[in-house]
Design a protein around this ligand. Structure first.
Ligand code: HEC
Ligand code: HEC
Length: 659
């Protein structure tokens, strides 16, 4: 063994190196406050290792970057752990950097002869921030895509060379694929390379000048080994434990829904340590012309001031000034970060923000589940765009919810049991649920809590909701105007039809109570005049009719029951035609040009819904009612594909894989 080491030492001089490394003199002895540099070196090392492994699964192309990250996160063995460590280590680095910087400034370690090394340190700080910024884009999800777009737009403000510089950074005139490839080259190549060079220089210079003892020196000098090494190792272990704890708790790192250049994301925010800058820019003073001050000049001056500190610190009062300034910066950044968070959750636009977060969470969970179940044929985005569950609801909220409702809301309510978990939501918003104000609470929950079955209720504070117990559903809807058309949740299901055939229910807001049809033939000549007087036998016939008519819809959720109830359905059709006489006013089975009411053939089927949405004024439906529902197809408001998505969503006709 000894001869082997002798041989190695002869060839490399390793003994002297280790001796020098370990027996570096520390004036004043080891201290906990010296550990930050070591923890930083350690975290950077971790980032290199995890980064290289991530690279093995990552694809830097706008066509499949998200897909590859989804693969790492959800398919690759241990991928979530790898990604989680990389992500959360990156989150902790700004904190360590700040602590390191504070230690250096408070202890006066930046003063002569260590100015150059101090500048290396500042450069390292900026490099790490640049690594974070470039890394944020790589998953190619909505939040990274839109937040980075905002950031790169700011480059345009740089005096003289702004537009050129911006083109250089985003890789042409268009923000997109080439921005991604460029950012990846920066993130995995250029910046880490520079980082290594700077760290080597930083450590070399640090060793050259030694440690600046923290005042007052009370202890004897000591060697780096073993005391300081021990402290450094403990600190690195603490960092490791902290990171692993968060990784395990959050199962890796969040991946939003795939970037969609056509769908601006209202909740795009930079990573938390850039939030103060984001908020700073929003100060009224920086509106319009003055933006360049907030984005370039003032941050530039702040960095310049930090760089000048070694000279300012030559005077005793200068040092005090430096320490003061650092704390002022820190306090200011903290306050701005707090304000940014506060504004998101309680400010004027908090609802838009929350809506964005909710829909992103929902889309992300949905597309991941679909990808897992079906695989990704072309892109994850197209998978999402062709998904009735998310797109149907979105289109409904956009085009139909001005008149119709869906279970009392606009179609976009979030089911906390299945669509998005409260934990995920809290994590995403980074806030406690207290801040989810301006939201709505589901009637079921309200009933459970207050005993009143009411409409969807906006609540001021969900903290209340959370504190009082579990809640199932919250809606991301603003209070809507009064509905003027039927609620389409469960449209054409047995229950929906049976309730419609009840005179009182027919007149409620759920059906035609708020429409011109409250005085139509269906109510006046049939429900009010006849059904109100029905005896038990006749009511039973109505039950059978509801079942029979509902079978026309061929709803996936009812398929088994429809098959089982074939006899009842045949009976129902009989009643509908012969006994109750629905066909006096409705066509059924064959066209009837003289019918007053809508054609009930195939009622609620995919085709029936598509037809009425395309053209409700068609003589099959409501020919004389042309002032009501727009003819979405005829007027080309919606494409056939979009109408299909809405129909499938209303009918619950989509796969429901679990994640
Ligand atoms: C301007 C208000 C309005 C809008 C917008 C509207 N509808 Fe309607 N819709 C109505 C009214 C009113 C009726 C009842 C029949 C009538 O008067 O035409 C109706 C009827 C329907 C029906 C027949 C079932 C029933 O409950 O009567 C369906 C299905 C339907 N709408 C779907 C949609 C969809 C899908 C959209 C969005 C693409 C939409 N509607 C947009 C007002 C509207
Ligand atoms: C007196 C004529 C008349 C009779 C009888 C009648 N309906 Fe209607 N029905 C209408 C009319 C007209 C409408 C359109 C709303 C209006 O203007 O009242 C309508 C609407 C409907 C609708 C809603 C269509 C939509 O837009 O979604 C359903 C469902 C329906 N009727 C089913 C039935 C059934 C089932 C029966 C037999 C049990 C029946 N109706 C009997 C005239 C009638």
């Amino acid at each position: 063994m000894k001869s082997l080491i002798d041989w190695l030492d002869h060839r490399t001089g390793i003994r002297r190196l280790t001796r020098e490394a370990l027996f570096e003199n520390i004036p004043g002895g080891s201290r906990w406050r010296y550990v930050w540099g070591s923890t930083l070196t350690f975290t950077i090392f971790v980032q290199f290792i995890t980064g290289i492994f991530l690279w093995m699964g990552y694809s830097a192309s706008s066509g499949d970057a998200w897909e590859s990250v989804n693969y790492i996160q959800n398919e690759m063995t241990g991928g979530w752990l790898l990604r989680g460590i990389h992500h959360w280590t990156a989150q902790i680095m700004p904190v360590l950097l700040l602590l390191h910087l504070m230690q250096v400034i408070v202890d006066g370690a930046y003063k002569a002869p260590r100015e150059v090394n101090y500048w290396f340190g500042v450069l390292l700080l900026l490099l790490v921030l640049a690594l974070s910024l470039t890394g944020y884009l790589l998953p190619w999800d909505q939040k990274g895509f839109w937040a980075t777009k905002v950031a790169t737009n700011l480059i345009n403000l740089v005096p003289f060379v702004g537009p050129e510089l911006q083109q250089l950074v985003i890789g042409g005139t268009e923000y997109g694929h080439h921005t991604l490839t460029r950012f990846f080259a920066l993130h995995a190549g250029v910046l880490p390379g520079l980082l290594v060079l700077l760290i080597v220089g930083h450590v070399y210079l640090f060793r050259r000048h030694g440690i600046t003892p923290a005042e007052p020196v009370t202890k004897r000098d000591a060697y780096f080994w073993p005391d300081q090494v021990f402290k450094d190792v403990v600190a690195c272990l603490a960092v490791t434990v902290a990171v692993l704890a968060v990784v395990l708790w959050s199962h890796g790192a969040h991946l939003g829904s795939p970037a969609d250049p056509s769908e601006p994301y209202s909740a795009a925010r930079p990573d938390w340590y850039f939030l103060f800058l984001f908020q700073f820019l929003k100060l009224p003073f920086f509106a319009g012309e003055n933006e360049v001050w907030g984005a370039i000049y003032i941050p530039g001056m702040a960095v310049a001031l930090i760089c000048l500190m070694p000279f300012i610190g030559r005077w005793k009062v200068g040092h005090v000034f430096n320490v003061g300034i650092i704390f002022v910066f820190l306090g200011g950044a903290g306050a701005l970060t707090y304000l940014a968070k506060q504004e998101d959750v309680a400010g004027q636009n908090s609802e838009t923000y929350l809506r964005g977060v909710l829909s992103d969470s929902r889309d992300a969970q949905r597309v991941t589940a679909l990808a897992k179940a079906k695989g990704i044929e072309s892109t994850a985005l197209s998978l999402l765009k062709n998904d009735p569950k998310t797109q149907g609801a979105r289109l409904f909220a956009q085009h139909c919810a001005s008149c119709h409702r869906y279970g009392g809301h606009d179609g976009l309510a979030v089911d906390l049991a299945t669509d998005v978990t409260p934990d995920d939501l809290a994590k995403r918003t980074g806030m406690t649920s207290r801040f989810l104000s301006g939201d709505a609470v589901h009637p079921d929950w309200l009933a459970r809590k207050t005993g009143t079955q009411d409409e969807w209720q906006p609540v001021k504070s969900i903290l209340k909701a959370k504190a009082e117990g579990p809640f199932d559903v919250i809606a991301s809807v603003s209070p809507l105007e009064k509905p003027s058309a039927p609620d389409l949740k469960g449209f054409a299901s047995r229950q929906w039809i049976r309730d419609l055939l009840d005179p009182d229910q027919y007149l409620s807001a759920r059906y035609f109570g708020d429409t011109a049809h409250r005085d139509g033939a269906m109510y006046k000549k049939f429900l009010n005049r006849k059904v109100r007087k029905y005896d038990a036998d006749e009511l039973k016939m109505l039950d059978a009719i509801a079942v029979a008519l509902s079978a026309q819809a061929k709803l996936p959720a009812q398929a088994a029951r429809d098959q089982a109830d074939a006899a009842l359905i045949r009976q129902g059709v009989q009643h509908l035609i012969d006994d109750i006489g629905c066909v006096d006013c409705h066509a059924f089975g064959e066209p009837d040009p003289d019918a007053d009411g809508p054609d009930l053939t195939g009622y609620g089927s995919r085709q029936w819904i598509i037809d009425i949405v395309k053209n409700p004024e068609h003589k099959k439906f409501y020919p004389d009612n042309n002032d009501r529902m727009p003819a979405f197809g005829v007027k080309k408001i919606l494409t056939d594909a979009e109408i299909g998505l809405i129909a499938d969503w209303l009918r619950g006709d989509y796969p429901e894989p679990t994640r």
